[in-house]
Design a binder for this molecule. Sequence first.
Ligand code: TYM
Length: 342
Amino acid sequence: MTDPVRKSRVFSGIQPSGLLPLGNYLGAIRQWLGTQADHENYFCIVDLHAVTIYQQPEMLRRKTLEVAAMYLAAGVDPRLSTIFVQSHVRAHAEGSWLLTCVTPVGWLERMTQYKAKAGQRTSVGAGLLVYPVLQAADIVLYDANEVPVGEDQKQHVELAQDIAQRFNHLYGETFVIPQAVIPASGARILALNDPGRKMSKSEAHQRGHAVCLTDDADEIRNAIQRAVTDLGREIVFSQQPEKAGVNNLLEIYELLTGRPRPEIEAHFEGRGYGEFKQEVAEVVIEALRPIRERYRELTGEPDELKRILEVGAENAAAIAEPKLAEMKQKMGFLASPRYRVK
Ligand code: TYM
């Protein structure tokens, strides 16, 4: 079904619901940079997902532009990749409804993120339950082959596969079945103050939880110096739960320096955790410095950001709208001249 001459298509997105922590960069954005040259890329700011939890309206508008600025500052190139806001392409919301109607509710209730988030609340918005169907629509509307994400999104991409397969089965071959692309290292960056949990955007404002991409040198040094490690002395890559804190800092160091693991372990052999953390902090500061500087420039040019997003939405709609029209035609909706694909 995939056109043999078309480049492999990539779709991914981030919610504009808070400051972007290092985990979003290492688990997702860094991977995106690797596919820019030889893939067809769609990188979305998923604002419709963000409102599954109440967002202060002015903040949502601001965060949406800030995440766009962060994509660009981190190296996503609008000449090579389409950068756009989800709500600017109506096909996402409409396609999501059509897919909701082919999705058994049991599939959604099984999602671990839903269970975790719903468990923390007394009243659960319906959006939280159908959230992964919207994510499936994001992906299949572009016939994306690859979905580069961190480990926490693997289950959602698998659900997108199941939904796409079910639609294909009911209405005939329509969608490419997408594959999650999870990095070997950095797929789950852990909270600095609690290496039993992942570093998360919703907690990024808490002291010591995360390094954010916008943090200055002092903030980065403070967060990393206070990172929870263990009572041992060994600075080695390890999957042992008690070494999770050290392993986390080593993965961050590995990803930002590009040095091989044995070389890193030899480099830190016999050195104390204090010295180790100091060096990790300096590496993070240097890696984020150009991103932070470029981000500051870009947030000062909101008109330019909006122009890039407008072009992005046009390009994205050119793919998503015909796909939505195909879905509607296959499902039996009566065509209308009021609903014409541009
Ligand atoms: P979100 O906004 O929570 O996270 C954005 C991306 O960052 C990855 N990530 C991490 N990777 C490693 N370590 C961490 N601690 C960490 N925290 C976050 C996530 O895995 C993700 O890749 N539902 C999605 C957004 C979405 C999407 C899509 C993604 C909507 N539609 C379509 C791919 C394709 C989400 O909330 O991501």
